[in-house]
Design a protein around this ligand. Structure first.
Ligand code: HEM
Length: 495
């Protein structure tokens, strides 16, 4: 009787409501199995806005991309920060920055993202990443033809280079001399194993399971935090401005202990890697599967290397590319955007801080209750055949216009969309690392095409599927890995 009485009823003016039939969980199981299919079927029944009970909370889905702006304009009634910080506190175990004692500092800390990841400072980050990528790739020199999973290949190179670019590195020779240091490759292998063990539990943690009940993930997070203690980071050279500034800010906050500071760095490690690794995987996967993409990418890399005066064959002279040169690589840009379109399944969530009325783009209104979540799921737009013809197909020049430049006009119902590709979120929650992310993927692809002969084992196999159990968390990884045969070339050439 109590259960029946506690079932929420739709009030006048509210969107259609789906309570589901399982107490507390609501429609969590149907949603979790395949969010895209579930939302499509709901859209067919209820239209572009409806509310679902999922694991004890009410989510109002806004599916019409023209109405995303209407949600963004509700900043006064819709909160993102409190929700995001609360989630981060639970998963990463750092201090609860929603506590008023931190209210002054948290704004300052947040502003560091834009100051250190965007604009002219990006050049330094790009240069360090380029050096690190080449140093990691050079380790494959002289090994001859090797077979490895493509995902393993991409991740071991990108993880190490990205980690060192943010957190710097201790000089190996120096570390050995002071005794007891782990060789860098081993340190990185352990860090990557811990990263994966922690990341694997993310869907459960996002669904509300406390990290203490995910034993391996908890131990992995603590092991990563141990590596990111300030006492270690302070010994490192080439720390990024992002981490240096955050360390300085945390050192000023007397309430934080050393463990809590280290755990905030784990959150930065996760943000910088969890999406970048699968996005890089898919970009290279599609290049290797599609001869047109491969030819176009090789031609672009050859042109850019030629313009920067790089002599083919000279392995001793590192490849250096400026921010502007990378920005001009529109073919790689289009390939990466297409790979992101096909694999991105992030969800943008806001929490209603008051009862209010949301007016959609069509003029239709919806009453929203305080405490309810508003959710936007851009994968619906990315897979919409009206916006993207044959949406499940990889088309390497989908994001190029007739002049070979970035294409920005996409239409729905005959209207031009202001936002048509949102792998990095939008509005207050838009990813501050998006420019660095696109650049580092372009750098990886450029160097991979320069330094390696590569072939996928089974080119005739059906395209890989994404692992949709991670929907909502960003870029989906593949369901399984594919075999890659590769050889490091002893000279820099592009075929
Ligand atoms: C947040 C996507 C790479 C740093 C986000 C969000 C998305 C996203 C969707 C918003 C999450 C939300 O709404 O809750 C991506 C994708 C990437 C990528 C697709 C790669 C392809 C990076 C990199 C960095 C980074 C390389 C840093 C070096 C961050 C940070 C936030 C964030 C710090 C949280 C911002 C905040 O709290 O306001 N990212 N990201 N991301 N991302 Fe990225």
């Amino acid at each position: 009787l109590w259960l029946l009485c506690s079932v929420r009823r739709r009030q006048p003016g509210e969107p259609p409501l789906m309570n589901g039939w399982i107490p507390y969980l609501g429609v969590a199981l149907e949603y979790g199995r395949n969010p895209l299919e579930f939302l499509r079927s709901m859209q067919r029944k209820y239209g572009d806005i409806f509310t679902c009970k999922i694991a004890g909370s009410y989510f109002t889905f806004v599916l019409d991309p023209f109405s995303y702006g209407a949600v963004s304009r509700q900043g006064r009634n819709l909160d993102f920060q409190k929700f995001a910080i609360g989630f981060s506190h639970k998963v990463f175990g750092h201090a609860d920055f929603n506590d008023p004692v931190y209210s002054y500092n948290i704004k300052d800390i947040h502003s560091i993202f834009r100051q250190t990841l965007q604009g002219p400072v990006l050049q330094q980050l790009i240069s360090t990443m380029m050096e690190n990528l080449q140093a990691v790739m050079r380790r494959d020199e002289g090994h001859g033809w090797t077979t490895e999973g493509l995902q393993v290949f991409v991740e071991r190179i990108m993880f190490e280079a990205g980690y060192l670019t943010l957190f710097g590195k201790e000089e190996e020779a120096e570390a050995m001399a002071t005794g007891g240091a782990t060789p860098r490759w081993l340190f990185m292998r352990q860090a990557m194993e811990d990263f994966h063990a922690f990341d694997k539990a993310f869907p459960e943690m996002a669904a509300g399971l406390p990290i203490h009940l995910c034993g391996r993930a908890f131990r992995a997070r603590e092991a990563l935090a141990e590596k990111l203690h300030h006492r270690h980071l302070k010994r490192n050279k080439c720390l990024s401005a992002l981490i240096e500034r955050r360390m300085h800010a945390f050192d000023q906050m007397e309430q934080l202990d050393e463990k809590e500071k280290a755990r905030t760095h784990v959150s930065m490690l996760w943000a910088s890697q969890a999406n970048t690794l699968p996005a890089t995987f898919w970009s290279l996967y599609y290049i290797l599967r599609c001869p047109v993409a491969l030819d176009a990418a090789q031609a672009e890399v050859r042109r850019v290397l030629g313009e920067s005066g790089h002599t083919p064959g000279n392995l001793e002279k590192p490849v250096v590319l400026s921010k502007d040169q990378l920005a001009g690589m529109s073919v790689l840009g289009s390939i990466i955007e297409e790979a992101l379109r096909l694999s991105s399944a992030s969800i943008m969530i806001r929490v209603a801080s008051e009862n209010f009325t949301l007016t959609l783009d069509t003029g239709k209104t919806a009453a929203i209750r305080k405490g309810d979540h508003i959710a936007m799921f851009p994968q619906m737009m990315h897979m919409d055949p009206e916006i993207y013809e044959d949406p499940t197909e990889f088309q390497c020049s989908r994001f190029l216009d007739e002049n070979g430049q970035k294409k920005t006009d996409f239409y729905k119902n005959g209207r031009k969309l202001r936002q048509f590709l949102l792998p990095f979120g939008s509005g207050v929650s838009e990813c501050p690392g998006r420019f660095f992310a696109i650049n580092e993927i372009k750098q990886f692809l450029t160097l991979a095409l320069c330094h390696y002969d590569m072939e996928l084992h089974d080119l005739a196999a059906a395209p890989l599927e994404t692992d949709c159990t991670r929907a909502g968390l960003g870029i989906l990884p593949p369901k399984h890995d594919v075999s890659l045969r590769y050889r490091f070339r002893n000279c820099v050439t592009v075929k």
